[in-house]
Design a binder for this molecule. Structure first.
Ligand SMILES: Nc1ncnc2c1ncn2[C@@H]1O[C@H](COP(=O)(O)OP(=O)(O)OP(=O)(O)O)[C@@H](O)[C@H]1O
Ligand SMILES: [Mg+2]
Length: 357
C-alpha cells in the first residue's frame, strides 16, 4: 500500500495553446484508498491517469508514490496495474496467456506464474476459464480478465479507466461491487476514472470532480452530494436545482435568504462564503429535498406543474415558480396530480446549501 501525490500537475498537448488538458491538479490519494476522478467527457481524467501510470509525462508538476518522486519514471518501473477502457486484451491469446503477460515480461518463473495466474483468475471468479480464447468470452468476462491481468502483478497502485463502460446496466452494478471487493481484499490504492456520478458515489472513498482540466472539489460522496462547492458540482452530482435568492442576512456558516413567498429561511454555507445583505445567493436544492406543501401550511415556493413523471420510487415534478423551473421528486404524491395544477412546495431546510457560481 502506498499513497499517491499529485502536486500542481499540468499537461499541455499543444504548447502553443493556452488550454491545458490537465491544469494544476493537486491531490493526495491515501494508501489503500479507492479514489475516483469524475467529470464530463474531455475534462482530463484519462490524461491524469496516464500521467500516474507513466504513459504521459506532465508538462509541469510532480507525482510521488510514497517518498519516491516518480514524475519521470517509465511505466514499468512504477509498479501500477492499469485496466484500460477498451480492455486492451490480446485477442489471439487465451485467458491465461493474457493474464500471465505481465509476469512473463517480469521474467517470473513458470511455476510461480501458473500459481499466480490461477490465483488472479479465482479472484475475479473466472477459475476454469484459463484455456478459453478471449473472443469466446462475454464483455463482462473480458472486463474481469483485464482486471485479473492488472491484479496478477500485485501492483502498488491499481488504475482503472472507465472499466465498466461497455457493460449493460445490471452487469455494471455487479462488476462495480466485485471491483470494490477485490480492491478491499488486495488492499491496493486504487484510482478509478468514470463520468458516471452514480458509479462514483457507490464505489469511492473519495471523489475528485473535474471540469476543463481542473479539480473543482475533492471529498467523500456525502460531502460532494450534500455540500457541493459550486453550481457545476451541484448539477453534475445527481440532479439539483440552483436557485438565485436575495440575501437578507449572513453569519459564518449560514446565509439567510428570502423566498418568493416573502418568507425567509436560513441556509448552510461554507466558511468564507463572502455573502452579505443585498447580494444574491445561489442555493442548491436537490429534488428529493423538495416535497409538496400541505394545504394549510405556508409554502416556500408556489408554482404551476409543467411536467409529471412517475418513476415508481417517486413522482418527478417540474414546477414553474415565477419563471424558475424547480424539480421535485415527491414520494407518495397524489395520483391525481397533473400538468397545470397549482402547487406549494416545501424545502427541507437542513439540506439546502449555498454554492459558488
Ligand atoms: N494525445 C493527445 N493529444 C492531444 N490532445 C489530447 C490527447 N489526449 C487527450 N487530449 C485532449 O485533452 C483533453 C482531455 O482529454 P482526456 O482524454 O483526458 O479526457 P477524459 O476526461 O478522459 O474524457 P472522456 O470521458 O471522453 O474519456 C481533451 O480536450 C482531449 O481532446
Ligand atoms: Mg477518458
Amino acid at each position: 500500500m502506498i499513497d499517491v501525490r499529485l502536486t500542481a500537475v499540468s499537461k499541455r498537448f499543444d504548447k502553443s495553446s493556452d488550454a491545458a488538458a490537465v491544469d494544476e491538479v493537486t491531490v493526495t490519494i491515501g494508501a489503500g484508498e479507492f479514489f475516483t476522478l469524475l467529470g464530463p467527457s474531455g475534462c482530463g481524467k484519462t490524461t491524469t491517469l496516464r500521467m500516474v501510470a507513466g504513459f504521459y509525462f506532465p508538462t509541469s508538476g510532480q507525482i510521488h508514490f510514497g517518498d519516491d518522486d516518480v514524475t519521470h519514471w517509465s511505466p514499468n518501473k512504477r509498479d501500477t496495474g492499469m485496466v484500460f477502457q477498451n480492455y486492451a486484451l490480446f485477442p489471439h491469446m487465451t485467458v491465461a496467456q493474457n493474464v500471465a503477460y505481465g509476469l512473463r515480461v517480469r521474467r517470473v518463473s513458470r511455476t510461480e506464474r501458473d500459481r499466480r495466474v490461477s490465483e488472479a483468475l479465482a479472484q475475479v471468479h473466472l477459475s476454469g476459464y484459463g484455456a478459453r480464447r478471449i473472443d469466446a468470452l462475454s464483455g463482462g468476462q473480458q472486463q474481469r480478465v483485464a482486471l485479473a491481468r492488472a491484479l496478477v502483478i500485485r501492483p502498488r497502485t491499481l488504475l482503472l479507466d472507465e472499466p465498466l463502460s461497455n457493460l449493460d446496466a445490471k452487469l455494471r452494478e455487479e462488476t462495480r461491487t466485485e471491483i470494490r471487493r477485490i480492491q478491499r481484499e488486495s488492499g491496493n490504492t486504487a484510482i478509478y476514472v468514470t463520468h458516471d456520478q452514480a458509479e462514483a458515489m457507490a464505489m469511492s472513498d473519495r471523489i475528485a470532480v473535474m471540469q476543463s482540466g481542473k479539480v473543482q472539489q475533492v471529498g467523500s460522496p456525502q460531502e460532494i452530494y450534500y455540500r457541493p462547492t459550486n453550481a457545476f458540482v451541484a448539477r453534475f452530482i445527481g440532479r439539483s436545482n440552483v436557485l438565485s435568492l436575495p440575501v437578507v442576512g449572513a453569519g459564518e456558516n449560514r446565509v439567510e435568504v428570502r423566498l418568493s413567498s416573502g418568507a425567509t429561511i436560513e441556509v448552510g454555507a461554507a466558511t468564507g462564503h463572502g455573502l452579505t445583505e443585498g447580494d444574491t445567493a445561489l442555493v442548491s436544492a436537490r429534488p428529493e429535498h423538495i416535497t409538496l406543501a400541505g394545504g394549510d401550511e405556508e409554502s416556500a415556493l408556489r408554482g404551476r406543474v409543467t411536467h409529471v413523471e412517475f418513476t415508481g420510487m417517486a413522482t418527478n415534478l417540474t414546477v414553474d415558480c415565477d419563471g424558475t423551473e424547480v424539480m421535485a421528486a415527491v414520494i407518495d404524491a397524489p395520483a391525481t396530480i397533473n400538468v397545470g395544477d397549482l402547487v406549494g412546495l416545501r424545502l427541507v431546510r437542513e439540506r439546502l446549501w449555498v454554492v459558488k457560481p
